[in-house]
Design a protein around this ligand. Structure first.
Ligand code: HEC
Length: 148
């Protein structure tokens, strides 16, 4: 093996930074929307449930940064489980289901890459997964705005 480890450094670092910004930005965005909607009672348990995605995401992120495939797989499994729980189905429209399916597809690819110890591919699948997070939240916000 020629210095493969070395070549993976930059992409993982870039992946981590971008992903962290994504997650942080997203959390504050959602919080702002929820806080500004007077008619929206804060459902603490739903909020706590949704926030578990952040924990699993940071497990994955840590796995990517230290090249620990077990952490990537564990975080991905958690995300998959969360997405199958009834609480996840806050909305029942077909679009929300499509976003959920797309999210799961990306998480599964991430899990596979993690299992294979393919960290470059895992970093790419992480981007797609993060994109799914952001896009679903955008959808949710748009729907909320429409129904006001
Ligand atoms: C299929 C849609 C969907 C996907 C994909 C999704 N979420 Fe969410 N998320 C939601 C919904 C719905 C809420 C609740 C929004 C609300 O109540 O305003 C939410 C809320 C949140 C919250 C705010 C919790 C709070 O109230 O404090 C965070 C943080 C969050 N999600 C993180 C993530 C992360 C990280 C990912 C990706 C790993 C992700 N989500 C993927 C639908 C999704």
């Amino acid at each position: 093996m020629r210095s493969r480890r070395k070549s993976k450094g930059p992409i993982v670092i870039v992946a981590s930074v971008v992903a962290t910004l994504f997650v942080a930005g997203m959390a504050s965005e959602i919080w702002r929307v929820a806080a500004s909607a007077d008619d929206l009672k804060p459902d603490v348990s739903l909020s706590a449930f949704m926030r578990k995605k952040l924990e699993s995401s940071s497990t994955i992120l840590e796995g990517l940064t230290v090249e620990d495939s077990e952490m990537i797989v564990r975080g991905a499994k958690e995300l998959l489980q969360l997405s199958k729980v009834e609480k996840w189905q806050v909305f029942v429209d077909s679009e929300y289901r499509e976003y959920s399916d797309g999210f799961r597809t990306n998480v599964k690819k991430l899990e596979e890459a993690g299992k294979k110890g393919n960290f470059d591919n895992a970093a790419l699948q992480w981007f797609d997964t993060m994109k799914s997070c952001v896009e679903c939240h955008q959808h949710v916000r748009n729907e909320r705005a429409k129904n006001k």
